[in-house]
Design a protein. Structure first.
Length: 84
């Protein structure tokens, strides 16, 4: 297995940043579903640089690997706005 297939340098870097500044992962927005978020407004009117999702019960049903139909459009919009 190649190193790049299991080592995520960006994730390791972010974990290091969070270790030294835990306030980076304190939720600043709470919504019932991600479909309720206006991603462009969030990006323009906040200092949010990264979005962190808990997959189970947020994007999918537990132990399911496909997005729940109600969040597909919102998730795609989030990627469009925040993906670098």
């Amino acid at each position: 297995m190649a190193l790049g297939q299991w080592y995520n340098a960006a994730a390791v870097s972010m974990v290091t940043k969070v270790f030294w500044n835990p306030s980076l992962i304190v939720p600043s927005t709470t919504v019932r579903t991600i479909a309720d978020i206006d991603w462009r407004e969030l990006q323009l009117n906040s200092k949010t640089q990264y979005i962190l999702f808990d997959k189970d019960n947020t994007l999918t049903a537990p132990y399911v690997d496909t997005l729940h139909p109600k969040v597909v459009a919102s998730f795609k919009e989030c990627l469009k706005v925040y993906q670098k």
